[in-house]
Ligand binder design. Structure first.
Ligand code: HEC
Ligand code: HEC
Length: 509
């Protein structure tokens, strides 16, 4: 009996794969001539199992019956729509790498041209206003206005009018190469950590629009110590020396895991990767992006949207202050830091595709002894000090300038930012749909579908001057741009002096 099964299961399957359903039916008919009733029953069972298997094969791999040479296989553009991003690598790694490297200057030039059309990317900073370790903050607005309109004219136009004229300056920001996506690390970081370089693309925004590298690190548990990174990039090689005696053993182990590389879509040991360095093939650490528990400004692409053109670019969020938050991820709204930590490596690292994750080496974290420790470490990462705020998160009038006081009045009054950004941390821990699509028609641009983006998390504004660029995709390069953005989105008609004051207030949060 066993033997009979083995042979029969193998045979029709082979034939089906090569010759398709017709041969499968022929096999079926031929076999129905068999004599005993038991055999017929068994056969029917076997056949339905085989049909299911064949169907499953064609879902997982749409080219399962294609034995033809590579050149005759369908090219990506001709493939039917699929939720699976890269179902099968059909070319050797060397070939893909050579083509990617050859195309890289073109890819970067094209994207740069697109960015230059949208933004004034020249260095313009305020030397008097610094992030904790001294990097001056960038000043805008950087968005270029189209069709000769001024900011004042734009603010007087209705959303319909702006949409009709096609002059909205803050469209969603496409990924460097939207069709490919993935994690891309900034140049200042790659200089220190070369394993983070990709051979197919570089990061796109100039260094002055990014957080300082490495950033300071503050602990809620040891506020007395100030910057516990002591000006260093915290890595697997120095964390013990820096934190032994400051963290408890559980937090130390959590930190070790946050600093350990694990396989990821572009950084892994398979033929489907974008690193050519052996140390890059070991993967990515949480703190490669969330450098020192803050952010490097590295970019990514959201895992849970299809098709590819609709996927959002994601600017790495800071982990400072996750302890006071209740929702995690700009749109996923996961409910705990533990959940985020556990799912990040299983799904977001691999574009939300567990099939690919298995191929590339998913690192499954154990909830009780790993996720929990990593979360406890994240939960003590504090916002930077804000010496001008009192215990309610409001301005201490004895320390504030006149412009900052006016800015606070606007924030809580005419500009009504407080409707969503509630003190002391300036978040309501909610999602809001800003309906930014009121201002533009759906269209393709930079490889991305410009369309409605739905509800997004209200990010806290504490320490905000240290984490440019802004919004989930980083489309707003400076605080001035965020004020111009909300001036349009909320239709509040701020004057130039009011905008200046509001920015002054945001800088002290
Ligand atoms: C590309 C670099 C990158 C890496 C590596 C990375 N993250 Fe993130 N992280 C992000 C981005 C981008 C977001 C914002 C996601 C969103 O908006 O949906 C984020 C969000 C988060 C959040 C939610 C923060 C918030 O305010 O909502 C947590 C918690 C987090 N990451 C933890 C981790 C952990 C733990 C790891 C390692 C397992 C990790 N991240 C690895 C880029 C990264
Ligand atoms: C209706 C709710 C709402 C109001 C009112 C509002 N915001 Fe926001 N704010 C949000 C949401 C939601 C986001 C995240 C949007 C995104 O990522 O696309 C955000 C993001 C921001 C960011 C970027 C945060 C980051 O980490 O990137 C800044 C800065 C900001 N808001 C400032 C303001 C100011 C200033 C005002 C008032 C002029 C204001 N907001 C009014 C909901 C609101």
């Amino acid at each position: 009996m066993e033997e009979w099964f083995t042979i029969k299961i193998g045979e029709p399957c082979q034939q089906t794969r090569q010759a398709g359903p017709a041969a499968f039916l022929a096999v079926t008919q031929q076999e129905q001539l068999m004599k005993t009733a038991t055999r017929i029953k068994l056969k029917l069972l076997t056949i339905s199992a085989l049909m299911a298997a064949a169907a499953a094969l064609s879902i997982v791999n749409p080219r399962a019956n294609a034995q033809q040479p590579l050149s005759q296989q369908p090219k990506p553009a001709e493939q039917p729509p699929s939720s699976y991003l890269f179902p099968l690598v059909v070319e050797p790694f060397d070939v893909v790498r050579a083509r990617d490297k050859e195309a890289k200057p073109r890819v970067m030039a094209e994207h740069q041209k697109y960015l230059d059309e949208r933004y004034d990317l020249r260095r313009h900073v305020d030397e008097n206003v610094h992030m904790t370790r001294g990097k001056p903050i960038p000043v805008g607005p950087t968005a270029k206005l189209k069709g000769g309109v001024t900011w004042e004219q734009l603010a007087r136009m209705s959303p319909d009018e702006i949409r009709e004229k096609g002059v909205f300056p803050y469209l969603p920001l496409p990924h460097i190469e939207q069709a490919v996506g993935g994690m891309v690390f900034t140049q200042p970081q790659i200089k220190e950590v070369p394993r983070l370089e990709r051979f197919d693309m570089d990061f796109d925004l100039p260094e002055w629009f990014l957080p300082e590298f490495p950033p300071a690190m503050f602990l809620t548990t040891r506020k007395d110590l100030g910057d516990v990174s002591r000006g260093q990039l915290v890595t697997l090689t120095n964390f013990f020396e820096l934190f032994n005696g400051i963290l408890n053993p559980k937090q130390l182990e959590g930190l070790r895991l946050l600093l350990t590389q694990f396989p990821q879509q572009q950084f892994n040991a398979t033929d489907d990767r974008k690193t050519e360095r052996p140390d890059g093939m070991q993967g990515i650490a949480c703190f490669d992006c969330h450098v020192n528990g803050h952010t490097s400004g590295a970019t990514h692409q959201v895992g849970d949207i299809r098709p590819q053109a609709n996927r959002r670019r994601l600017d790495t969020t800071t982990l400072r202050g996750v302890n006071i938050q209740r929702l995690f991820g700009s749109q996923r709204a996961l409910k705990t830091v533990e959940d985020f930590t556990e799912f990040e490596q299983r799904a977001a690292y691999f574009d939300g595709d567990p099939v690919i994750a298995t191929k590339k080496g998913v690192n499954v974290l154990e909830r009780g002894s790993q996720v929990h420790f990593m979360a406890e470490m994240q939960e003590i990462l504090d916002f930077p000090p804000a010496p001008k705020l009192n215990i309610y998160g409001r301005l201490d009038r004895s320390k504030a300038t006149e412009s900052e006081v006016r800015g606070e009045e606007l924030f809580f009054g005419k500009a009504n930012c407080v409707a969503c950004h509630v003190p002391p941390f300036y978040t309501d821990n909610m999602m809001h749909d800003l309906e930014v699509e009121r201002f533009y028609k759906p269209h393709m641009e930079g490889g991305m579908m410009m369309t409605a983006q739905g509800p997004l998390k209200t990010f806290p504004l504490r320490g905000i001057k240290e984490s440019p660029p802004y919004l989930h995709d980083g489309r707003l390069l400076t605080l001035e741009d965020t004020v111009e953005f909300f001036n349009l989105v909320q239709q509040i008609g701020l004057t130039q002096p009011e905008k200046t004051n509001l920015v002054a207030f945001l800088r002290v949060l």
